[in-house]
Design a protein around this ligand. Structure first.
Ligand code: GTP
Ligand code: MG
Length: 152
């Protein structure tokens, strides 16, 4: 079963969007299997955003994401990595369609309120980076017999 790492950034938390974002994934039929709130350290963020270290916006990015609490989540379900990205919208909120999370709630690249893994491989790496194995919960949602033709 596919899993993805979704993080509500400090601007999303500060703007009171936690419930709205969780609601969208729940309503779509995805299952929340990991959830915690933390202020991420700069060392955690340097591992998380390692591929962006040489970008001019990197220092500002780490400063912002470590500036306050984030909500780190693992969501599970069919095609959740690619569909999660669709639900987020584009990196630049101005290119995000209305109906997407960024398209509905943000306008600035540096304050785009949410992160989502961009591939199955990065999802696996990010989940392992942010969560221990025993923080990921294995359970059955009864509603999934109506969400999926065949429950996996
Ligand atoms: P994430 O889901 O947050 O990883 O976004 P993404 O995968 O759509 O974009 P990427 O991983 O390339 O960049 C990570 C984050 O850095 C983005 O979400 C933006 O907040 C920020 N970022 C990316 N490009 C720029 C930029 O050109 N300027 C600024 N200020 N921030 C940027
Ligand atoms: Mg990214």
């Amino acid at each position: 079963v596919e899993q993805t790492f979704i993080m509500i950034k400090p601007d999303g938390v500060a703007r009171g969007l936690i419930a709205e974002i969780i609601k969208r994934f729940e309503q779509r039929g995805y299952k929340l299997v990991g959830l915690k709130m933390l202020v991420p350290s700069e060392s955690l963020l340097s591992a998380h955003y390692g591929d962006l270290k040489d970008k001019p916006f990197y220092p500002g990015l780490v400063k912002h994401i470590s500036s306050g609490p984030v909500v780190a989540m693992v969501w599970e379900g069919k095609a959740v990595v690619s569909q999660g990205r669709q639900m987020l919208g584009e990196t630049d909120p101005l290119k995000s369609k209305p109906g997407s999370i960024r398209g509905d709630f943000s306008i600035d690249l540096g304050r785009n309120i949410i992160h989502g893994s961009d591939s199955i491989e990065s999802a696996e790496q990010e989940i392992a980076l942010w969560f221990t194995k025993d923080e990921i919960v294995n359970y059955t949602l009864p509603s999934h017999s109506q969400v999926f033709e065949r429950v996996f």
